[in-house]
Design a protein around this ligand. Structure first.
Ligand code: NA7
Length: 287
Protein backbone atom coordinates (compact mmCIF):
# COMPACT_ATOMS: atom_id res chain seq x y z
CA UNK A 1 0.00 0.00 0.00
CA UNK A 2 1.02 3.64 -0.41
CA UNK A 3 1.30 5.18 3.04
CA UNK A 4 2.26 8.61 4.39
CA UNK A 5 3.76 8.43 7.89
CA UNK A 6 3.73 11.73 9.78
CA UNK A 7 5.80 12.11 12.97
CA UNK A 8 9.11 10.32 13.37
CA UNK A 9 9.59 10.47 17.14
CA UNK A 10 10.49 7.66 19.54
CA UNK A 11 7.41 5.69 18.43
CA UNK A 12 6.79 6.91 14.88
CA UNK A 13 10.22 6.22 13.38
CA UNK A 14 10.40 2.50 14.21
CA UNK A 15 6.73 2.11 13.22
CA UNK A 16 7.46 3.63 9.82
CA UNK A 17 10.57 1.46 9.47
CA UNK A 18 8.50 -1.66 10.10
CA UNK A 19 6.02 -0.62 7.38
CA UNK A 20 8.92 -0.26 4.92
CA UNK A 21 10.23 -3.70 5.99
CA UNK A 22 6.79 -5.17 5.28
CA UNK A 23 7.10 -3.93 1.68
CA UNK A 24 4.90 -0.82 1.73
CA UNK A 25 5.67 2.31 -0.26
CA UNK A 26 6.20 5.13 2.25
CA UNK A 27 6.48 8.89 2.24
CA UNK A 28 7.48 10.31 5.62
CA UNK A 29 7.38 13.74 7.23
CA UNK A 30 8.61 15.15 10.51
CA UNK A 31 8.09 18.70 11.80
CA UNK A 32 11.80 19.17 12.50
CA UNK A 33 13.60 18.24 9.29
CA UNK A 34 16.46 15.75 9.32
CA UNK A 35 14.71 12.63 10.62
CA UNK A 36 14.65 10.03 7.86
CA UNK A 37 13.54 6.46 7.27
CA UNK A 38 15.63 4.25 4.97
CA UNK A 39 13.65 3.22 1.92
CA UNK A 40 11.04 5.98 2.34
CA UNK A 41 10.63 9.28 0.51
CA UNK A 42 11.13 12.30 2.79
CA UNK A 43 8.39 14.87 2.16
CA UNK A 44 8.61 18.60 2.83
CA UNK A 45 5.12 18.99 4.31
CA UNK A 46 2.22 16.77 5.48
CA UNK A 47 0.38 17.85 2.32
CA UNK A 48 3.27 16.67 0.15
CA UNK A 49 3.53 13.36 2.07
CA UNK A 50 -0.21 12.65 1.81
CA UNK A 51 -0.44 13.20 -1.94
CA UNK A 52 -1.72 10.09 -3.78
CA UNK A 53 -1.54 7.76 -0.77
CA UNK A 54 -4.16 5.27 0.46
CA UNK A 55 -3.34 5.71 4.13
CA UNK A 56 -2.11 8.67 6.20
CA UNK A 57 -0.69 7.45 9.53
CA UNK A 58 0.10 9.93 12.31
CA UNK A 59 2.10 9.54 15.48
CA UNK A 60 2.72 12.99 17.00
CA UNK A 61 2.81 14.34 20.56
CA UNK A 62 -0.57 15.78 21.43
CA UNK A 63 -3.96 17.12 20.33
CA UNK A 64 -2.53 20.40 19.01
CA UNK A 65 0.10 18.53 17.00
CA UNK A 66 -2.52 16.29 15.35
CA UNK A 67 -4.66 19.32 14.49
CA UNK A 68 -1.66 21.17 13.06
CA UNK A 69 -0.46 18.19 11.00
CA UNK A 70 -3.87 17.42 9.55
CA UNK A 71 -5.57 20.79 9.25
CA UNK A 72 -2.82 23.45 9.62
CA UNK A 73 -0.95 25.18 6.80
CA UNK A 74 0.11 22.55 4.21
CA UNK A 75 -1.74 19.99 6.33
CA UNK A 76 -2.40 16.45 5.11
CA UNK A 77 -6.11 17.16 4.56
CA UNK A 78 -5.23 19.48 1.65
CA UNK A 79 -4.08 16.59 -0.55
CA UNK A 80 -6.10 13.73 0.96
CA UNK A 81 -7.66 11.70 -1.82
CA UNK A 82 -11.29 10.55 -1.49
CA UNK A 83 -11.48 7.13 0.17
CA UNK A 84 -8.12 7.50 1.91
CA UNK A 85 -7.92 6.46 5.55
CA UNK A 86 -6.32 8.66 8.22
CA UNK A 87 -5.05 6.59 11.16
CA UNK A 88 -3.93 8.43 14.28
CA UNK A 89 -1.67 6.60 16.75
CA UNK A 90 -1.09 9.70 18.90
CA UNK A 91 -2.59 9.68 22.39
CA UNK A 92 -4.95 12.66 22.48
CA UNK A 93 -8.37 13.59 23.91
CA UNK A 94 -11.08 11.18 22.68
CA UNK A 95 -13.54 14.04 22.14
CA UNK A 96 -11.08 16.01 20.00
CA UNK A 97 -10.29 12.89 17.97
CA UNK A 98 -14.00 12.31 17.24
CA UNK A 99 -14.20 15.90 15.93
CA UNK A 100 -11.13 15.35 13.72
CA UNK A 101 -12.83 12.20 12.37
CA UNK A 102 -15.86 14.27 11.38
CA UNK A 103 -13.70 16.83 9.55
CA UNK A 104 -11.87 14.08 7.65
CA UNK A 105 -15.20 12.46 6.69
CA UNK A 106 -16.40 15.79 5.28
CA UNK A 107 -13.40 15.62 2.92
CA UNK A 108 -14.40 12.13 1.76
CA UNK A 109 -11.86 10.22 3.84
CA UNK A 110 -12.21 7.80 6.73
CA UNK A 111 -10.65 8.16 10.18
CA UNK A 112 -9.35 5.75 12.80
CA UNK A 113 -7.97 6.35 16.29
CA UNK A 114 -5.36 3.67 16.91
CA UNK A 115 -3.22 4.57 19.93
CA UNK A 116 -0.67 1.97 20.94
CA UNK A 117 0.70 0.30 24.00
CA UNK A 118 4.16 -1.26 24.13
CA UNK A 119 6.55 1.72 24.40
CA UNK A 120 9.77 2.14 22.44
CA UNK A 121 10.79 -1.52 22.72
CA UNK A 122 7.39 -2.66 21.38
CA UNK A 123 7.65 -0.22 18.47
CA UNK A 124 11.17 -1.36 17.57
CA UNK A 125 10.34 -5.06 17.75
CA UNK A 126 6.94 -4.76 15.99
CA UNK A 127 5.21 -5.96 19.17
CA UNK A 128 2.84 -3.04 19.71
CA UNK A 129 -0.82 -3.52 20.60
CA UNK A 130 -3.21 -1.20 18.75
CA UNK A 131 -6.29 -0.02 20.63
CA UNK A 132 -8.71 0.95 17.91
CA UNK A 133 -11.76 3.13 17.37
CA UNK A 134 -13.05 2.57 13.84
CA UNK A 135 -15.76 1.15 11.62
CA UNK A 136 -15.42 -2.65 11.56
CA UNK A 137 -14.85 -2.64 7.80
CA UNK A 138 -12.04 -0.08 8.04
CA UNK A 139 -10.48 -1.97 10.95
CA UNK A 140 -10.46 -5.17 8.83
CA UNK A 141 -8.78 -3.35 5.94
CA UNK A 142 -5.98 -2.12 8.22
CA UNK A 143 -5.14 -5.53 9.73
CA UNK A 144 -2.01 -6.15 7.59
CA UNK A 145 -0.63 -2.77 8.65
CA UNK A 146 -1.37 -3.30 12.33
CA UNK A 147 0.40 -6.64 12.11
CA UNK A 148 3.41 -5.13 10.34
CA UNK A 149 3.96 -2.87 13.37
CA UNK A 150 2.44 -4.84 16.20
CA UNK A 151 1.42 -8.20 17.60
CA UNK A 152 -2.29 -7.43 17.76
CA UNK A 153 -5.04 -4.92 17.29
CA UNK A 154 -8.26 -4.78 19.25
CA UNK A 155 -11.28 -2.82 18.01
CA UNK A 156 -13.02 -1.23 20.98
CA UNK A 157 -15.81 0.60 19.11
CA UNK A 158 -16.41 3.62 16.88
CA UNK A 159 -14.21 6.76 16.63
CA UNK A 160 -12.78 7.93 19.94
CA UNK A 161 -13.31 4.63 21.74
CA UNK A 162 -9.75 3.42 21.13
CA UNK A 163 -8.44 6.53 22.86
CA UNK A 164 -10.96 6.27 25.68
CA UNK A 165 -9.79 2.70 26.36
CA UNK A 166 -6.12 3.66 26.03
CA UNK A 167 -6.47 6.43 28.64
CA UNK A 168 -8.00 3.95 31.09
CA UNK A 169 -5.12 1.54 30.47
CA UNK A 170 -2.48 4.25 30.90
CA UNK A 171 -4.19 5.26 34.14
CA UNK A 172 -3.49 1.72 35.38
CA UNK A 173 0.12 1.89 34.20
CA UNK A 174 0.71 5.22 35.99
CA UNK A 175 -0.85 4.00 39.24
CA UNK A 176 0.77 0.55 39.11
CA UNK A 177 4.20 2.05 38.62
CA UNK A 178 3.75 4.54 41.47
CA UNK A 179 2.64 1.64 43.66
CA UNK A 180 5.85 -0.22 42.79
CA UNK A 181 7.95 2.92 43.31
CA UNK A 182 6.42 3.69 46.71
CA UNK A 183 6.93 0.05 47.75
CA UNK A 184 10.62 0.28 46.79
CA UNK A 185 11.05 3.53 48.73
CA UNK A 186 9.40 2.16 51.88
CA UNK A 187 11.46 -1.03 51.61
CA UNK A 188 14.71 0.92 51.15
CA UNK A 189 13.90 3.13 54.12
CA UNK A 190 13.51 -0.04 56.22
CA UNK A 191 16.82 -1.46 54.90
CA UNK A 192 15.16 -4.30 53.02
CA UNK A 193 17.47 -5.93 50.48
CA UNK A 194 15.95 -5.39 47.02
CA UNK A 195 17.04 -8.75 45.59
CA UNK A 196 14.87 -10.97 47.82
CA UNK A 197 12.12 -8.34 47.64
CA UNK A 198 12.06 -8.61 43.83
CA UNK A 199 12.06 -12.40 44.07
CA UNK A 200 9.01 -12.18 46.36
CA UNK A 201 7.23 -9.68 44.11
CA UNK A 202 7.78 -11.91 41.09
CA UNK A 203 6.38 -14.98 42.84
CA UNK A 204 3.33 -13.33 44.33
CA UNK A 205 0.10 -11.74 43.14
CA UNK A 206 1.67 -8.25 43.10
CA UNK A 207 3.67 -9.26 40.06
CA UNK A 208 2.56 -7.21 37.03
CA UNK A 209 3.48 -6.49 33.44
CA UNK A 210 4.49 -2.98 34.49
CA UNK A 211 6.91 -4.35 37.10
CA UNK A 212 8.20 -7.01 34.67
CA UNK A 213 9.02 -4.29 32.17
CA UNK A 214 10.26 -1.54 34.47
CA UNK A 215 12.18 -3.38 37.22
CA UNK A 216 15.26 -4.06 35.05
CA UNK A 217 15.63 -0.33 34.26
CA UNK A 218 14.80 0.92 37.75
CA UNK A 219 17.16 -1.48 39.52
CA UNK A 220 20.04 -0.56 37.21
CA UNK A 221 19.13 3.14 37.69
CA UNK A 222 18.61 3.59 33.94
CA UNK A 223 16.03 6.36 33.64
CA UNK A 224 16.57 7.10 29.94
CA UNK A 225 13.25 7.52 28.13
CA UNK A 226 11.33 4.50 26.92
CA UNK A 227 8.16 6.45 27.55
CA UNK A 228 9.14 10.01 28.46
CA UNK A 229 7.73 11.43 31.68
CA UNK A 230 6.44 14.51 29.85
CA UNK A 231 4.23 12.26 27.67
CA UNK A 232 2.88 10.20 30.58
CA UNK A 233 2.19 13.50 32.36
CA UNK A 234 0.36 14.72 29.25
CA UNK A 235 -1.70 11.50 29.34
CA UNK A 236 -2.48 12.02 33.04
CA UNK A 237 -3.87 15.44 32.13
CA UNK A 238 -5.93 13.83 29.34
CA UNK A 239 -7.30 11.29 31.84
CA UNK A 240 -8.17 14.01 34.34
CA UNK A 241 -9.81 16.09 31.60
CA UNK A 242 -11.83 13.10 30.31
CA UNK A 243 -12.83 12.34 33.92
CA UNK A 244 -13.88 15.97 34.47
CA UNK A 245 -15.99 15.88 31.30
CA UNK A 246 -17.67 12.66 32.47
CA UNK A 247 -18.14 13.74 36.11
CA UNK A 248 -15.76 11.02 37.38
CA UNK A 249 -13.48 11.55 40.41
CA UNK A 250 -9.96 10.04 40.24
CA UNK A 251 -8.36 10.78 43.65
CA UNK A 252 -5.37 8.43 43.31
CA UNK A 253 -4.50 9.85 39.89
CA UNK A 254 -4.75 13.41 41.24
CA UNK A 255 -2.10 12.49 43.81
CA UNK A 256 0.13 10.92 41.15
CA UNK A 257 -0.28 14.09 39.06
CA UNK A 258 1.23 16.07 41.97
CA UNK A 259 4.22 13.69 42.10
CA UNK A 260 4.73 14.27 38.36
CA UNK A 261 4.55 18.05 38.95
CA UNK A 262 7.35 17.73 41.52
CA UNK A 263 9.36 15.48 39.19
CA UNK A 264 8.98 18.05 36.41
CA UNK A 265 10.32 20.80 38.71
CA UNK A 266 13.28 18.54 39.49
CA UNK A 267 14.08 18.42 35.76
CA UNK A 268 13.03 14.83 34.98
CA UNK A 269 10.60 15.59 32.12
CA UNK A 270 12.77 14.13 29.34
CA UNK A 271 13.60 11.00 31.37
CA UNK A 272 11.37 7.95 31.57
CA UNK A 273 8.29 8.28 33.79
CA UNK A 274 10.08 5.77 36.06
CA UNK A 275 12.21 8.75 37.16
CA UNK A 276 9.31 9.71 39.45
CA UNK A 277 10.93 7.11 41.75
CA UNK A 278 13.76 9.58 42.37
CA UNK A 279 11.22 12.21 43.45
CA UNK A 280 9.75 9.79 45.99
CA UNK A 281 13.25 8.85 47.17
CA UNK A 282 14.10 12.52 47.73
CA UNK A 283 10.89 13.02 49.72
CA UNK A 284 11.77 10.00 51.86
CA UNK A 285 15.44 10.94 52.19
CA UNK A 286 16.67 7.65 50.71
CA UNK A 287 18.21 9.01 47.48
P1 NA7 B 1 8.18 11.95 20.74
O1 NA7 B 1 9.38 11.11 20.62
O2 NA7 B 1 8.19 13.13 21.65
O3 NA7 B 1 7.80 12.47 19.26
C1 NA7 B 1 6.79 13.39 19.07
C2 NA7 B 1 6.59 13.63 17.60
O4 NA7 B 1 5.54 14.61 17.45
C3 NA7 B 1 7.83 14.18 16.92
O5 NA7 B 1 7.86 13.71 15.59
C4 NA7 B 1 7.53 15.68 16.95
O6 NA7 B 1 8.20 16.40 15.96
C5 NA7 B 1 6.05 15.69 16.66
N1 NA7 B 1 5.39 16.95 17.03
C6 NA7 B 1 5.36 17.55 18.24
N2 NA7 B 1 4.64 18.70 18.17
C7 NA7 B 1 4.24 18.82 16.88
C8 NA7 B 1 3.46 19.79 16.19
N3 NA7 B 1 2.95 20.86 16.80
N4 NA7 B 1 3.21 19.56 14.87
C9 NA7 B 1 3.70 18.46 14.26
N5 NA7 B 1 4.45 17.52 14.85
C10 NA7 B 1 4.71 17.70 16.15
O7 NA7 B 1 6.89 11.12 21.14
P2 NA7 B 1 6.62 9.54 20.95
O8 NA7 B 1 7.01 9.14 19.57
O9 NA7 B 1 7.15 8.80 22.12
O10 NA7 B 1 5.01 9.53 21.11
C11 NA7 B 1 4.15 9.94 20.06
C12 NA7 B 1 2.72 9.71 20.48
O11 NA7 B 1 2.48 8.32 20.79
C13 NA7 B 1 2.30 10.45 21.75
O12 NA7 B 1 0.97 10.90 21.64
C14 NA7 B 1 2.46 9.41 22.85
O13 NA7 B 1 1.67 9.74 23.98
C15 NA7 B 1 2.09 8.14 22.15
P3 NA7 B 1 9.65 17.10 16.26
O14 NA7 B 1 10.66 16.03 15.96
O15 NA7 B 1 9.63 17.50 17.73
O16 NA7 B 1 9.68 18.25 15.36
Amino acid sequence: MRIAFLGLGIMGKPMAENLVKAGHELSVWNRTPGKKVDGARSAATPKDAAKDVDIVWLCVSDTAAVEQTLFGKDGAIESLKPGAIVVDSSTILPGASAKFAERVRQKGGDFVDAPVTGSKVGAQSAQLIFIVGAKQETFDKLQPLFLAMGKSAVRVGENGKGLAAKLSMNLMIALTFEGFAEALVLAKKQDVDLEPLMSLINQSMVRSGVVDYKAQFVLSRDFSANFPMRLMHKDIHLMLEAARQQGVKLPALETVDRIYEDAKKQGYSEMDYAATLMTLEKLAGVA
